[in-house]
Design a protein around this ligand. Structure first.
Ligand SMILES: CC(C)(COP(=O)(O)OP(=O)(O)OC[C@H]1O[C@@H](n2cnc3c(N)ncnc32)[C@H](O)[C@@H]1OP(=O)(O)O)[C@@H](O)C(=O)NCCC(=O)NCCS
Length: 344
């Protein structure tokens, strides 16, 4: 089996900042409440031009540049999103054209906030089994388009953005070491956005047809999701460590989904990691859904804090309810601009 190394990374967030002070003007809340309950201070809002395709294109171009590969050499694009630009074709197919990745297979994957870690598992399998050599894995969401900004229970939490990585085949001792994927559809009602049902009717609107379409917003039972996530983040992270044949003491960094600082702290405690080994940026971006883990990874890689041989745990949870984790060994390509060292 070959290894799937992360050789490129990139990220994009929109320019428009929505601070907690801005939210104080919109709903009955306070900066103090939001920071103490979530850790979030501000988030980015997609402008009209920040479509899922546009954000994905910017993050992907960076990742391809860091990897130093020709887009024409990409074999597969997996784009994790629950906010695609169109019902069809997939946003991944549109992204393929933007990038000039004309040889690639391309599809979208929907696993909400767990989506990127799911997509990383899919992409790395294709490399490990020898089917493909170069895979682009993208996580992008524009959830604020589906947020009711009069609902203080959800509008404080979410932001928009995109992150991407390039996976390449290598014989070196690095890359994706393990994947854990999970789902429990019995919890579906705790976090959802209604939309067009598969029968063509608008599912939130009884007998309504498409012309009766109303704007549809995220619905969330915050307490249920909180309880679920505190349990599942730690459990699934430890399962990925065991599956990789490692011990907790071998883990150097936790790269968690950015939903709530209290949830992240609970996961770090289970992994016995101090705060300075946990990547946190939700104070600046909030919860960017499928983009959150790859944005963290891109920031961590750019910071120079990821050294060759370090073991990273990526872990996420979200609507489904779903969860996913992965252990990644950082490779010699972890220095920006160094270029891929593999065997070509
Ligand atoms: C949403 C969340 C921050 C709420 O925090 P919490 O500590 O559980 O707070 P509660 O829901 O128990 O609410 C406590 C009180 O604060 C109020 N409150 C809720 N949102 C508020 C806000 N934005 N500002 C001020 N008060 C708020 C509630 O109405 C409640 O008031 P009450 O006691 O008078 O009824 C937390 O449950 C959470 O993060 N859940 C996970 C959500 C998530 O991650 N979703 C995405 C998954 S990918």
């Amino acid at each position: 089996m070959r290894n799937a190394a992360i050789t490129g990374w990139g990220m994009y967030v929109p320019d428009q900042v929505l601070t907690n002070a801005d939210l104080e003007q919109m709903v009955e809340t306070s900066d103090e409440w939001i920071v103490s309950r979530t850790g979030i201070r501000e988030r980015r809002l997609a402008a009209e031009a920040d479509t899922t395709l546009a954000m994905s294109t910017r993050a992907s171009r960076q990742a391809i540049e860091v990897a130093g590969i020709d887009p024409a050499d990409i074999d597969l694009i997996v784009l994790a999103t629950v906010t695609p630009d169109k019902f069809m074709p997939s946003t991944a197919s549109l992204l393929q054209t933007e990038l000039g990745a004309h040889r690639a297979a391309a599809f979208d994957l929907a696993a909400a906030c767990s989506g990127f870690v799911y997509a990383l598992a899919v992409g790395s399998q294709f490399i490990q089994t020898g089917v493909y050599r170069n895979v682009l894995v993208v996580g992008t969401d524009a959830l604020t388009r589906f947020i009711d900004f009069t609902d203080r229970g959800t509008c404080i939490l979410f932001g928009d953005g995109s992150g991407a990585v390039v996976l390449q085949a290598t014989d070196a001792d690095e890359g994706v070491l393990s994947n854990v994927l999970g789902s429990d559809g019995r919890g579906a009602q705790h976090l959802y956005i209604d939309g067009f049902a598969s029968n063509g009717l608008f599912s939130d609107n009884g007998n309504g047809h498409i012309e009766d379409l109303q704007r549809t917003y995220m619905k969330m039972n915050g307490n249920e999701v909180f309880r679920f996530s505190v349990r599942v983040m730690g459990e699934t992270a430890i399962e990925a460590v065991n599956k990789a044949g490692l011990r907790l003491g071998d883990i150097d960094w936790l790269i968690p989904h950015q939903a709530n600082l209290r949830i992240i702290d609970a996961a770090a405690k289970r992994l016995d990691l101090p705060r300075d080994r946990v990547w946190v940026n939700l104070d600046r971006y909030g919860n960017t859904s499928a983009a959150s883990v790859p944005i963290c990874l891109a920031e961590a890689a750019d910071s120079g804090k990821l050294q060759q041989g370090m073991n990273l745990v990526l872990v996420a949870f979200g609507a489904g309810l779903s969860w996913a984790s992965s252990v990644v060994r950082w490779g010699a390509t972890g220095v920006r601009g160094k270029g891929f060292h593999g065997d070509g």
